[in-house]
Design a binder for this molecule. Structure first.
Ligand SMILES: Cc1cc2nc3c(=O)[nH]c(=O)nc-3n(C[C@H](O)[C@H](O)[C@H](O)COP(=O)(O)OP(=O)(O)OC[C@H]3O[C@@H](n4cnc5c(N)ncnc54)[C@H](O)[C@@H]3O)c2cc1C
Length: 813
């Protein structure tokens, strides 16, 4: 096809490895009328100079999925498209210097096994068999990944582009998009070669993604780091060894010293993630150029000194070589270091596949995921970790720079379950932040909102260092135990700023909502839990619904779900209905425990005999509040919703009234423990698009009498065919460590499910897990094993329903 086509079904902006993979996967899915526009030559952004490492390792289940897919694709791609490539599967050795690091490896090896990969833990004396030149005296072990390797990024991009072209897609080089306009039905993109109309667009602009986003009115949360690697001359000893054994060394990653060392021809490539590190194009005196194609930053070796010295001590062979060349290129970062793949928030018919820090090893998987988003509106694997809607708009420039630098400087750091990263804090504070801080609150951010995680007492270690453990017990443990006990025996108050809330108003709102959720719409005065399924019956989200009036509903959902759920609601909103996001206007306290009624009676004359799952307006300290009779902690309780300006007075009044009843503050760690005992699922942990509503054991929230709702046909078919796995609660004989997310469940040597959340239940005095188990085993009393950081421990399937207060008597009390 000659010249720029006048229209296409999808236009991809950006021809790096990721854009090319998007084009390839769209064409594979049968969408061949697609065009990729590249402002320079293919690979001109970050791709041409990337080192091309292709690890499968990730501590994230979904990222591992994506990288595993890429590695598999790259093995066969060259043959499939007729474009031979240099792809060396060398394996890798990831060194561990501590017991904690070994636990991380064991966890990831377990995850890999669940994904069908065989990652191996090496003892200190086994390392040299894989890597003869490494010093091992101070190591605790290593992880061997046989699938790791390196690929030529330019060849990879060309191969993907060729494959796409051969299927009918079009690549237009030297064709920058300079403007985008939405006509109401399609996009019109302006380029120097003319206009092109598109049904859908994809921003695959790499480190230019923010500039591309601006054309669509979208502020992309990102920043750019400078990242370097060094190429060293050939080393005769390495050459001799390579010739003798007939293969290259595996890639070495010394993650505790923060670098990788790869054999490059007969020399080495050393790539550090240094700290302190350097952001680029982040200040007015360092503006981003309009075009940086095929350019590099000047070498900056000084800040790599630690890693260079360390690597030479670790592999003394390296010290024999001369430095030949330094590559210092731009690499984009989101605030959490994961890329953006999915719908472009707030923009019609637009998607993102950009801001990749590991865009070579993720390109294959990312193309698959993006193509599914575009062609099916949903992805095979739950991809929340990369969903652009996990950012909600508060992420200003300073925040993006601070977080990007933090992630880069800790690229190989371990992510401990109780650890809170310090950068970019205090973006949004509760109206009673100072009050709860004065009570000892230790905070963590949820969609930028600072919430109390636990309350420290005198002498408790509140240092960041103390959080760096995989163990269940840290300085918080006794405090959390006491907080749970207060909720069980008296009353607790949890300050919960940032609950996402949407009010939907208009004629027919109940009929509309009935089509969106699987269950019943509550009647006026009542509230209920609602599940939103996709067309495949998989769980999109969960919200609390309060029916405020015949034509008005209040939908309350997780803080982190704000942009995601709003986007979902707006996409499906019926004409005539109006959605208002009231998240910023209100704040919430959870007041729960057997004395909650006595505490409330001291501050309001509301009718506190109204049953569970009702709401009422009331007055506390002269302010109008909304009282909702629910408790995620599973005790008698109310959520007190107050306007932000009124919240300090309301909190003061409740706090004062509670003193006579043993009221204590409690935090998110306690709430998590309490909800697991009730079997209450958490969004994007237990509830995700990896599971259907039926698999998640939520059939009681499915109203089959409704003739239509989204997902109904799929769920009915699933019910008929038989549900293959089921939600269970497990009592786990865990030692010092709780099972992490996606810990495998084993039965007679076969993986039969996974744990989606687990923790210590302080009311029942046991480690409990929520998870998914093969249906035939999801029977109370069945004993399986959970893989906890490499060890398999006994787990028993509990009777259906909550472990604590099975008949909800306390909740209804
Ligand atoms: C030194 C270094 C080493 C690295 N090593 C590795 C590694 O070993 N493994 C790994 O996985 N990752 C590595 N990376 C990261 C990797 O390079 C990137 O993640 C990856 O190249 C991103 O690919 P992309 O397609 O998203 O973006 P890019 O390759 O940056 O492509 C974006 C494209 O969009 C084009 N574009 C921008 N604006 C427009 C417009 N308006 N119109 C049309 N086109 C436009 C650009 O010209 C560019 O070609 C490394 C990065 C650096 C800096």
């Amino acid at each position: 096809m000659a010249g720029l086509p006048g229209s296409a079904r999808v236009v991809i902006i950006g021809g790096g490895a990721v854009g090319a993979s998007c084009l390839y996967h769209l064409a594979l899915a049968g969408w061949r009328d697609c065009v990729l526009l590249e402002k320079n030559e293919l690979t001109a952004g970050s791709t041409w100079h990337a080192a091309g490492n292709v690890p499968t390792f990730s501590a994230s289940w979904s990222i591992m999925n994506m990288q595993r897919y890429s590695a598999g694709l790259y093995r066969t791609l060259g043959d499939q498209v007729g474009y031979p490539m240099n792809y060396n599967v060398t394996g890798s050795v990831r060194l561990g210097h501590s017991a904690e690091r070994l636990l991380e490896f064991r966890r990831v090896a377990g995850m890999g096994r669940s994904q069908g990969m065989d990652l191996e833990i090496l003892g200190p004396d086994e390392i040299r068999a894989r890597y003869p030149f490494v010093q091992t005296h101070d190591l605790t072990g290593a992880l061997y990944d046989p699938y790791d390797g390196d690929i030529d990024p330019a060849q990879l991009t060309q191969a993907l582009a060729k494959g796409a072209r051969d299927m009918g897609a079009h690549v237009e080089r030297f064709c920058p998009v300079t403007q985008a306009a939405w006509t109401g039905t399609e996009w019109v993109l302006t380029t120097p070669k003319g206009e092109i109309r598109a049904e859908y667009v994809v921003n695959a602009g790499g480190y230019y993604a923010a500039e591309v986003g601006r054309m669509f009115g979208r502020r992309v949360p990102m920043m750019v780091m400078s990242h370097q690697y060094m190429l060293f001359d050939a080393i005769p000893e390495l050459e001799a060894w390579t010739r003798e054994v007939g293969h290259k060394l595996p890639l070495l990653r010394d993650v505790d010293s923060s670098y990788y060392l790869r054999q490059e021809k007969m020399g080495f490539n050393l790539g550090p993630y240094e700290n302190p590190c350097r952001a680029h194009w982040a200040t007015p005196d360092d503006p981003m150029p309009d075009d940086f194609s095929f350019q590099l930053f000047p070498d900056d070796l000084e800040r790599l000194e630690f890693q260079i010295t360390d690597a030479m001590a670790r592999v003394p062979l390296l010290a024999q070589a001369n430095l030949q060349k330094v590559i210092n290129g731009p690499i984009p970062y989101t605030p959490d270091g994961n890329p953006l793949i999915g719908p472009m928030p707030g923009v019609p018919n637009a998607f993102e596949a950009c801001v990749f820090t590991f865009g070579i090893c993720q390109a294959g998987g990312a193309g698959k995921v993006l193509a599914e988003w575009v062609t099916e509106g949903a992805t095979e694997w739950d991809m929340w970790s990369c969903d652009p809607r996990r950012f909600t708009g508060f992420e200003d420039h300073d925040y993006c720079v601070a977080k990007g630098m933090e992630v880069y400087g800790h690229e190989y750091a371990m992510h401990f379950p109780h650890h809170v990263w310090p950068a970019g804090r205090m973006k949004k504070a509760s109206p009673v932040h100072d009050r709860v801080a004065a009570l000892g609150a230790q905070f963590g951010p949820y969609n930028g909102w600072e919430r109390a995680l636990w309350y420290a007492g005198d002498g408790d270690d509140t240092s960041e260092d103390a959080q760096r453990t995989w163990a269940r017990k840290g300085p918080w443990f006794r405090a959390v135990q006491a907080e749970c006990a207060a909720v069980r025996d008296a009353c607790g108050i949890l300050d919960l700023p940032g609950f996402s809330r949407f009010v939907v108003t208009g004629p027919g709102v109940a009929e509309w909502l009935a089509l969106q959720i699987t269950g019943k719409v509550p009647s006026v005065g009542r509230l209920g839990l609602a599940y939103f399924a996709d067309d495949k019956g998989r769980i999109v989200t969960e919200m609390s619904v309060a029916r405020l009036a015949e034509d008005k509903v209040l939908l309350i959902t997780a803080a982190t779900a704000q942009a995601h759920d709003k986007d979902w609601l707006l996409r499906h909103l019926a004409p005539g209905l109006v959605l208002e996001d009231q998240t910023e206007a209100w704040s919430t306290q959870i007041l729960t425990g057997p004395k909650a009624r006595d505490v409330l009676a001291g501050v309001t004359d509301a009718d506190l005999t109204r049953p569970w799952l009702t709401w009422q307006t009331a007055r506390i300290a002269g302010a109008d509040v909304l009282l909702m009779r629910v408790s995620f902690a599973g005790e008698l309780g109310w959520e007190i919703h107050s306007r932000v300006a009124d919240t300090p007075l309301v909190w003061e009044a409740v706090w004062a009234a509670g003193q006579a009843h043993g009221l204590r503050p409690f935090g998110m760690f306690a709430l998590n423990a309490l909800r697991i005992e009730k079997g209450y699922r958490a969004w994007k942990g237990d509830l995700s698009t990896d599971y259907t509503v039926l698999q998640a054991g939520l059939e009681r929230f499915v109203d089959w009498s409704k003739p239509a709702f989204r997902g109904r046909a799929a769920l009915a078919a699933e019910k008929q065919a038989g549900v293959t796995k089921r939600f269970v609660t497990l009592r786990i004989a865990a030692g010092e460590l709780d099972p992490p997310y996606m810990a495998a469940l084993w039965h007679h040597g076969v993986v039969v499910g996974e744990v989606t959340s687990a923790g210590w239940g302080h009311r029942v005095g046991a480690c409990l897990g929520l998870g998914m188990l093969r249906t035939d085993l999801a029977v109370p009393g069945t004993v399986v094993e959970v893989e906890v950081f490499g060890d398999r421990v006994r787990a028993e399937v509990m009777p259906e329903g909550p472990v604590w207060d099975a008949d909800n008597a306390r909740l209804r009390g």
